[in-house]
Design a protein around this ligand. Sequence first.
Ligand code: FAD
Length: 330
Amino acid sequence: VTDKINALPDDAHYFSLEFFPPKTSIGFLNLQNRLERMSQALRPLFVTVTWGAGGSTATKSLELAEICQRQLGLTTCLHLTCTNMSRSLIDDALEQAKVLGIRNILALRGDAPRSEEYMDETQLQEDSNKEFTWAIDLVRYIRRQYGDYFCIGVAAYPEGHSDESHPEKQDPEFDLPYLVEKTRAGADFIMTQLFFDVEAFDRFETRLREHESGVFKTIPIIPGLMPIQSYQILRRTTKLSHAKLPEDMLARLDAVKGDDELVKQVGVDILSEMVEHIQKRPSPKRRGFHFYTLNLEKAVAHILENTHLIPSTLDQQVLEVDFTPSGLPI
Ligand code: FAD
């Protein structure tokens, strides 16, 4: 990933797309067809494939990563979590990634598995390893085992939250020393949690760039953006991720919340404005954007077109079909 970023002109803007492995074979087939069209029409610099907490999607994540990397020739970054994972599962994932020609890992801690996530029979967690408590443990492990073979990305959180019921504190200032250490341990790029409050991102990025350690001076900091697919999905994901919805955005969405199509349109406008805002910010070199696609493509294609991240001659075929998160056409 960083080789590709560094090969771009200094003033270039690029983007990446995130996908998750569908649960069913029909979902896989649909996503594969979609990815094929998208990779040609949108040309992301790279794609990322999510990893279910505790390894719950290990087989399917690797299957999807194989489709992306091998069949479609997309530069692929595999997410990998390390808590509630046996060391052998981590070793298998890294070895298989290497065999598939994948050179990029987003090294994450992961959360405890949620009940709605499905488990593969091979991913039992009895031997969950105490060796891996934080994402930094995984970064160090990958560097120890594989040297510079993998380009490593790590997660960061531009916003805090004051949710008393949440077991874990989230506060950018509290995280900062750990992010410094995680970066020093061998991270090549930083990808952020989704957010809608661009000012929080501004503050966060400035804080990092000016940090006295100097470790964030030039490292790519890629903002994570989630296109708005529906009012319900938005409310659910903002609750889960603790992303704040600024009042004015909420008012614009509230005004159309009964009409799914209008919500999507307003969502495209909002996300396009966010991208444009960030595009105007000073950046050491080359500005990237990461989109949490939820395996849906219409909204992201419109945002990319609006913000000139792709040419405006988009293949209409791409925009005609969309899929639900389960992978079925809608
Ligand atoms: P860490 O970097 O370990 O940090 C977690 C928390 O612990 C932070 O608050 C940090 O400040 C604190 N901390 C770190 N080190 C220490 C220490 N030594 N002592 C005390 N506190 C410490 N989850 C999935 O399950 N699958 C995915 O595919 C996935 N993809 C993601 C992609 C992105 C871009 C992002 C932002 C998140 C993703 N997540 C995913 C969620 C992620 O796993 C969770 O947010 C998790 O709770 C934290 O992971 P982390 O890698 O940031 O952890």
